[in-house]
Design a protein around this ligand. Structure first.
Ligand code: SP5
Ligand code: ZN
Length: 329
């Protein structure tokens, strides 16, 4: 399978994230990439499709913010990664925000997604990898993989969060629709609900989103991913902590039946390996071999498939988990 990766994606290298009242080493370490690259072998550099496909999906003010945030942070006399500390939880209105701290809160929803000097560059190439995988699949490949890192599924049209800055899955879906596809479905199997992807589904009947994830009653991102958010083009299938392959399968079958009924021309899979039993921040119990079973079920749909990397933080198991999943296609 063709795999896309650009070395500039390493330039995003966050040191720390803040949760549970303390700074912790960032979970999205650049060394995640080495584990995946060692397991998948040859990769291709993505083509540069420019800013247009990113600007089709994301808000212009947000993109401007992402590109300039760390410069503005440094201009304010700060070092290291830019972090928000205050958030506009009251209904947002069109304020002319200028202070970097005001902007950081306006365009973020958590304190785990810092912006370093090269975060924009890395996120840009992560999204370009997804677009190149789309080109491979529309050109006739059965499936293609983009090693998207930083990931994307928590990023909305105008916000970052959950280690995500640009939503590669939606960028890819929007590009496919712009190129003439009539129906695209995004299947999200990361441990965490893809809140950013879901938020961009409103009024988009040509794109559908189905997600299997940890119940937001117990797990991040808490405010999205509940079953009662399902409607029309959205299906949420939350599962309890402790879910193993036996308990996971019925949800996967339900997701696949739902996709089959929509008969999409293109499938985009947001793949997270953080459902693995050894993941340090998650609580499902899938084993490496289960990713092959999962992939074979998805592949049985017979729909051309773009596979995008999202989460997965158990570095020792990460390469094998990704290779097992890709091997199922
Ligand atoms: C792409 C992706 O997988 N993003 C996930 C972001 C989750 N951030 C949550 C941080 C809080 C984790 N709490 C961990 C407790 C460890 N004992
Ligand atoms: Zn995740």
């Amino acid at each position: 399978m063709r795999c896309f990766w650009d070395e500039r994606q390493r330039l995003h290298d966050p040191l720390q994230e803040f949760f549970n009242g303390a700074l912790h080493p960032a979970a999205d370490q650049a060394k995640r990439v080495d584990a995946i690259l060692a397991a998948i072998g040859r990769t291709d550099a993505p083509a540069d499709a420019g800013l247009d496909p990113i600007a089709r999906t994301h808000d212009g003010g947000y993109l401007q913010f992402l590109r300039s945030a760390n410069d503005r942070w440094q201009a304010a006399g700060r070092d290291g990664d830019a972090f928000p500390y205050t958030f506009p939880v009251v209904r947002r209105r069109a304020l002319k925000l200028d202070r970097i701290d005001a902007l950081l809160g306006r365009y973020s929803f958590d304190t785990a997604t810092p912006i370093g000097p090269e975060t924009w560059t890395a996120a840009y190439w992560s999204a370009q990898g997804a677009l190149s995988a789309l080109v491979a699949v529309t050109g006739g490949e059965r499936a293609a993989f983009a090693l998207c890192r930083p990931p994307g599924h928590h990023a909305g049209a105008d916000y970052c969060g959950g280690y995500s800055y640009l939503n590669s899955a939606v960028i890819c879906a929007d590009a496919a629709i712009a190129a003439g596809k009539r129906s695209v479905t995004i299947l999200d199997v990361d441990y965490h609900h893809g809140n950013g992807t879901q938020d961009m589904m409103a009024g988009r009947d040509e794109i559908a989103f189905v997600s299997i994830h940890a119940d937001p009653a117990t797990d991040y991102p808490f405010y999205w991913g509940h079953a009662d958010e399902s409607r029309g083009n959205i299906l949420n299938l939350p599962l309890p902590r402790g879910t193993d392959w036996t308990a996971y399968q019925p949800a996967l079958i339900q997701a696949i039946d739902w996709i089959e009924q929509r008969a999409p021309e293109l499938l985009i899979v947001s793949y997270g390996a953080d459902t693995h039993e050894t993941d340090p921040i998650s609580h499902f119990k899938l084993k490496t071999g289960d990713y092959g079973s999962m992939a074979r079920r998805i592949a049985s749909l017979g729909v051309p498939t773009v596979i995008l990397m999202e989460g997965g933080y158990a570095i020792d198991a990460l390469g094998a988990n990704v290779a097992e999943f890709l091997g199922g296609f």
